[in-house]
Design a binder for this molecule. Structure first.
Ligand code: 13P
Length: 251
């Protein structure tokens, strides 16, 4: 059966020292209160190795926020999947809307990134989601389906089974405007049906689909109570240990 997961996405926040301290706090809190779900933090590249040194990945998984679409070579400033894996990280966020929007990530580059992540033993947390205009003009189901088809449906069923999906409506990210639990459930059920059409019901039922976008302690329980919402990808609220733990405890 699919797992329930709460994952933090720290984005471009915290210095190394602040990040190590936050990771230590979350790790200690999870040792004290056992979570009823998997918990992961995805942190800046610069923090990965140090954070790996201060957490117990049996209670708190570690991931990166991106990786390159090449394995190595003359790509100044890029960080590859083998480099991420060599820090001890086990997860990598791919296709976040901020990467698609500000750094021109396309389905083609994402297919390369997913392949490299999987080849290096990393679990991709693959993000999808419509912008406000697409929500308002009613094309959101088609937009999200196309992101999944174009980014992931080249994978074998076995490899698709290693992917975690995160539905993040762009209009809900960092805006304080959460999708309602019903809007999230409708989309997650749609996503599961898209997966079932391609890979069958068993693969679809085993895929964890997280919700992201202004998720906080006060709304997490209602979102996570929905049958097709298997957890959250948390931005702002992952930067404070108490808030992040408040969301973890929603399970
Ligand atoms: P917020 O939780 O800050 O809205 O960000 C969500 C997100 O983008 C997580 O990847």
């Amino acid at each position: 059966m699919r797992k329930n997961i709460v994952a933090g996405n720290w984005k471009m926040n915290t210095t190394l020292q602040e990040g190590v301290k936050l990771a230590e706090e979350v790790n200690a809190a999870l040792k004290e209160t056992k979570a009823n779900c998997d918990v992961v933090i995805c942190v800046p590249f610069t923090h990965l190795a140090s954070v790996n040194g201060v957490i117990d990945q049996n209670v708190l998984g570690l991931g990166a926020e991106n990786c390159a679409d090449h394995a190595s070579g003359a790509y100044t400033g890029e960080v590859s999947a083998p480099m991420v894996a060599s820090t001890g990280a086990k997860y990598v966020i791919l296709g976040h809307s901020e990467r698609r929007q500000y750094y021109g990530e396309t389905a083609e580059t994402l297919r390369e990134k997913v392949a490299l992540a999987l080849a290096n033993g990393l679990t991709p947390i693959f993000c999808i989601g419509e912008v406000l205009e697409e929500r308002e003009n009613g094309t959101y189901n088609d937009v999200v389906k196309a992101q999944i088809v174009d980014g992931l449906f080249n994978l074998s069923a076995e490899d698709f089974g290693k992917i975690i999906l995160a539905y993040e409506p762009v209009w809900a990210i960092g805006t304080g405007k959460t999708a309602t639990a019903d809007q999230a459930e409708d989309m997650h059920a749609h996503i599961r049906s898209v997966i079932a059409e391609k890979y069958g019901k068993e693969v679809a039922d085993n895929t964890s689909i997280l919700y992201g976008g202004s998720c906080k302690p006060s709304n997490a329980a209602e979102l996570f109570a929905k049958p097709d919402v298997d957890g959250g990808l948390i931005g702002g609220a992952a930067l404070k240990c108490a808030d992040f733990m408040g969301i973890v405890k929603a399970f």
